[in-house]
Design a protein. Structure first.
Length: 210
């Protein structure tokens, strides 16, 4: 193999790695909401949901408010439990018809203040998230969103908090927005192999010529 052939192999490998896919990135926004599993309420640390450390959905989520590529999706969503401190430990925490959302980062956790009235209290928790959404026929796309938990207890408050005998309930809502931007690309293994072969051949030719 001559130097020209080696350089040609390297150029071909780089060109293959640079050719964009014909699929389009995902655009649009969608919401997924349902009831929090009351067996986990109140969350440890005070309040109702303001100190929760994970999402524990009761069942399937409800999909709505879809725009652009998510428009018209009304089927139930598959929503998984996950721990806020370890995003990425669970794959595809949210799945709606044709799309899966994989949360890879928690960007902020904002607990709300517990407010009590004469016979009830309420609080909230907001978790800012980001990750990658995938869908058949689309390029992988970055997304951002928020997970909002809202909790309530009914029963006369005691010392500004829920009564130990209160009835607890909570809901959650994901607001998800696909950015239309693909994540940073990583060279395919085949491309890396071609580059490696090219560099090895180039080194061989240098040794041979010396």
């Amino acid at each position: 193999m001559g130097i020209k052939q080696v350089l040609g192999a390297i150029g071909a490998a780089l060109l293959l790695g640079a050719i964009p896919a014909y699929a389009m990135p995902i655009n649009g926004a969608v919401t997924v909401s349902d009831t929090f599993n009351k067996a986990f309420l109140p969350c440890a640390g005070g309040g109702i949901v303001s100190h929760c450390t994970e999402l524990d959905p009761l069942g399937l989520g409800n999909t709505g408010g879809g725009t652009d590529d998510f428009a018209g999706i009304v089927a139930p969503a598959i929503v998984q439990s996950w721990i806020f401190a370890t995003p990425g430990a669970v794959a595809n925490e949210i799945a709606i018809t044709g799309f899966s959302f994989d949360i890879t980062s928690v960007d902020a956790i904002i607990p709300g203040t517990l407010f009590c009235g004469a016979n009830a209290c309420a609080d909230s928790l907001t978790v800012a998230i980001s990750g990658i959404v995938t869908g058949a026929g689309f390029d992988d796309t970055l997304f951002t969103g928020t997970l909002t938990l809202t909790g309530a207890c009914t029963g006369k408050p005691v010392a500004g908090n829920c009564s130990p005998t209160a009835s607890f309930s909570a809901g959650y809502s994901y607001s998800l927005a696909a950015s239309g931007v693909a994540p940073p690309s990583v060279p395919e293994p085949a491309t890396l192999l071609l580059i490696g072969i090219g560099l090895a051949g180039l080194g061989f030719m240098r040794r041979k010529s010396s």
